[in-house]
Design a protein around this ligand. Structure first.
Ligand code: DAK
Length: 265
């Protein structure tokens, strides 16, 4: 079954051309992520990655108030030491699948992105924020720490000092500040947010898919490496791309002053 037509309890999936729009849909709890939703998110991610017709993903939350207001606190309250670690590893795995996607993943942050919701946005490649977006990691107010990669990804995006201040104080970061510190790529009026995210995703889908995948892979793998090793990785990816039909088509199309027709090979 294609990722665009599968049905889920807590997710809504819609296809806009080659772009999939995924809406986390638990409006009664501001789209908080429970285990069932994370399980569906993983199944969705695998189906999306497997679907050649879908080339980019936009993730948003149901309603006008919240992207995702965190992990579901009712479920968190029931965890013990062993189950908490396992639950954390599971959520990390699901978010890793999104981050490691060779197809771009864009968060359209339409309100609260707190705790696990902020971590979901952090696992996306690009974050567009509605003017009403509110980011934050309030976990320490609950006596826990972020468990879905937040202690690792936030510092890579905004720097260790800022990440520690945000994590330790648990304060909320509004859209303008998120933009200023690099947590959001852009701030957009709420009514235009989804369209703008889909438009950006569509722009990316017009580029060579193998090149997009290689740029994602080199950038993400490289961010944990010494620059020399990262550059070696970049050269290796460049070498692989030079053997593709798409590279020859891209350059030929430029010289012939026409749009390229990429085939992904
Ligand atoms: N979980 C469960 N229910 C939630 C929720 C959440 N994260 N956020 C909101 N809700 C529910 C509310 O309880 C309320 O339900 P009812 O009372 O109507 O039954 C409903 O959504 C509407 O929320 P409010 O009435 O509170 O709406 P307001 O506009 O007044 O406030 C708010 C919006 C977002 C400021 C507020 O709801 C809020 O503070 N929510 C909690 C935000 C939060 O603390 N989120 C972070 C959760 S901690 C780990 C894995 C993951 C994590 C940690 C460890 N391991 C497995 C170890 C991650 C942790 C987190 O994400």
């Amino acid at each position: 079954m294609s990722s665009a037509t599968s049905t889920y309890q807590n997710l809504r999936v819609e296809s806009r051309g080659a772009v999939t729009v995924l809406t986390v849909h638990r409006p009664d709890v501001l789209n908080a992520l429970n285990h069932a939703t994370l399980t569906e998110l993983e199944a969705f991610a695998l189906a999306f990655l497997d679907d050649p017709a879908q080339r980019a993903l936009v993730i948003t939350g149901a309603g006008e108030k919240s992207f995702v207001a965190g992990a579901d606190i009712k479920e968190l309250a029931a965890l013990d030491a062993a189950s908490a670690e396992a639950a954390s590893r599971f959520g990390q795995r699901v978010f890793d699948r999104l981050e490691r996607s060779p197809k771009p993943v864009i968060a359209a942050v339409n309100g609260y992105a707190l705790g696990g919701g902020c971590e979901l946005a952090l696992a996306c490649h690009v974050r567009l924020a509605g003017e009403n977006a509110v980011f934050g990691l309030p976990e320490v107010t609950l006596g826990i720490i972020p468990g879905y990669g937040g202690t690792q990804r936030l510092q890579r995006l905004v720097g260790l000092g800022r990440a520690l201040e945000i994590t330790l104080s648990a304060r909320r970061v509004k859209a303008d500040e998120a933009l200023a510190i690099g947590l959001a790529n852009r701030v957009v009026p709420p009514a235009q947010l989804l369209d703008e995210a889909v438009q950006l995703a569509t722009t990316i889908t017009r580029n060579g898919p193998l090149a997009v995948a290689a740029a994602l892979e080199a950038s993400l793998s490289g961010s944990g490496l010494r620059i020399e090793d990262g550059q070696r990785l970049e050269s290796a990816r460049f070498g692989l791309l030079a053997a593709t039909e798409d590279m020859h088509e891209g350059m030929k199309a430029f010289l012939e002053k026409r749009p390229a027709q990429f085939k992904g090979r």
